[in-house]
Design a protein around this ligand. Structure first.
Ligand code: SF4
Length: 494
């Protein structure tokens, strides 16, 4: 695919570790739109609303209504981007060298397994599955099992044990029962795991029957994360989801009951701001999940209107969607309802009903814990270097069949990456503890952070205390605070 110089320049401005993914996403979309070349306008259209470089991130405004007016927009959805510099040469060599140099055998460690398939297409989803052909999925599962055996043999020598394993995608629950079982069992056999390792399988309830649930539980998974998005049948169906409210409740209760003897946690995601969803429908969905099902955790996310998704094309035919001010009201209403339901606040978006939901992988991901990338398109990090696996499923299979780990690129993180991750992890947990950040930095930070933090206090986003706590408005705008904090810490460390 031909890229104009300006498009290459824009791509070069993106953090090194996401460049490959942006390139592949752009080329995929360009092919779908039958474009002959990728120019700067095309790249900018992909970036709008996604918080990538090329946009500016203004400081908050001081206003009497911070939840609605502190910022004009959200700066993105994934803010744990610490940046990095591409490393030339063999990414596989860098990865195995990084494993050999593992410093602290007791450090927290996890693995992410990518399942790049989904048999359905929700309107709001940016994930595009190139194939759903059963033969391709079966052969991918076998290749992934080979990747587990190869990587496990190197991982065991590091002395590290994994505390969290996450099968994400795509939709891992679209795999057959025997494929899921093979992968989880191979992980448990080949990877060194902590006795209390959290093993999550992500997916949706449609087509996740008892046979698959039992296979996954018997193989050793102990956490399910289901994208429910809404219990309102009409709103769901408008988005391309298949099951009705009654089906969802039945499946969730059945899976919770099957998981009980394994102490397995069942966690669901709900989205606010969907077309046709007002406060009444939003709260009804939360109440349905809490009161009518045996879930152990509930994650509340804001709709992210991604360019190049079917939702953008179909908006004119759908009921209106909440604007950012209405989203703020929905956030506040949901937050209040979860407090009334007595759930524990695990992070800005994650709520737990009981100790079974630990939310370990999600939090560690924000904290930049070492993560083994597994499967086509997976990203990870080890000892200050980020790694990306080959995202083309066929090439992934070919490389692993030759006994090589299918790594496509590596990028060294800046020296301030640990500090930025620690700060983002704090914001994610609705607080800022400067003394703890100073311990990570090994130097005083307070004087340099004070002007920014004072502005956040004046803007109604932060409350002074020990530690400082985000206000509800600060929680709603937390992604913007991630960006601003990251920018400030990079300046301080430069
Ligand atoms: S089920 Fe999940 S991965 Fe599949 S289209 Fe819907 S949101 Fe995307």
């Amino acid at each position: 695919m031909l890229w104009t110089d300006e498009a290459e320049e824009l791509l070069g401005a993106a953090p090194a570790f996401v460049r490959e993914q942006i390139r592949e996403k752009a080329e995929l979309r360009a092919r779908k739109e039958q474009r002959a070349e990728i120019d700067a306008g095309f790249i900018k259209s992909m970036q709008s609303g996604c918080g990538h470089p090329g946009q500016r991130y203004p400081d908050p405004q001081i206003t009497a209504d911070p939840i609605h007016e502190a910022f004009a927009r959200k700066y993105g959805v994934h803010a744990n981007m610490t940046g990095g510099n591409d490393l030339a040469g063999d990414a596989e060599k860098y990865f195995f060298q990084a494993l050999e140099k593992t410093a602290d055998p007791d450090a927290a460690t996890m693995a992410y397994f990518h399942i790049p398939f989904c048999c359905t297409r929700c309107l709001f989803c940016g994930f595009y599955s190139e194939t759903t052909e059963p033969g391709a999925i079966a052969s991918y599962s076998e290749s992934l099992a080979q990747d587990i055996i190869l990587t496990g043999s190197k991982l065991r020598k590091t002395g590290r044990k994994l505390g969290a394993v996450y099968f994400g995608g795509g939709t891992p629950t679209d795999l057959k029962a025997e494929e899921l079982e093979l992968l989880i069992k191979t992980v448990r056999r080949e990877f060194p795991l902590e006795p209390d390792c959290e093993i999550t399988v992500e997916g949706r309830l449609f087509d996740f029957d008892d046979e698959k649930v039992k296979a996954v539980l018997n193989a050793g998974a102990n956490r399910f994360s289901f994208g429910v998005q809404s219990f309102d049948t009409k709103i769901r169906r408008n988005m391309g989801r298949i099951l009705s409210r009654e089906d969802l409740v039945e499946r969730l209760n059945r899976i919770s009951a099957l998981g009980d003897s394994y102490d397995a946690a069942v966690v669901i995601d709900l989205i606010y701001g969907l077309p046709g969803q007002g406060e009444k429908e939003w709260i009804e969905s939360i109440d349905c999940g809490v009161n009518e099902t045996g879930i152990h955790g509930l994650d509340l996310y804001q709709i992210n209107l991604l360019p190049a998704t079917p939702l953008v094309e179909k908006l004119e035919f759908l009921p209106p969607m909440a604007d950012v001010k209405q989203q703020a009201d929905l956030f506040m209403a949901g937050r209040q309802r979860m407090l009334e339901h007595g759930f524990d606040r695990l992070s800005v978006a994650h709520w737990g009903r009981d100790a079974r939901e630990r939310n370990r992988y999600n939090l560690w991901n924000k904290l930049n814990v070492d993560c083994v990338p597994m499967g086509a398109g997976a990203g990870g990090r080890w000892g200050g270097t980020r790694f990306f696996q080959q995202s083309d499923v066929c090439r992934f299979g070919k490389v692993i069949s030759k006994g090589r780990k299918p790594l496509a690129s590596a990028a060294s993180e800046p020296s301030c990456a640990a500090l930025i991750s620690a700060a983002i992890g704090q914001i994610e947990q609705c607080r800022i503890d400067v003394e703890a950040l100073e311990r990570v930095a090994g130097k005083p930070l307070l004087n340099q952070l004070m002007p920014m933090l004072s502005l956040w206090v004046s803007a109604g986003l932060l409350k002074i205390g020990d530690p400082c706590r985000l206000t509800p408005a600060g929680e709603f705008w937390s992604v913007n605070l991630h960006y601003l904090m990251g920018r400030k810490l990079r300046e301080i460390c430069a």
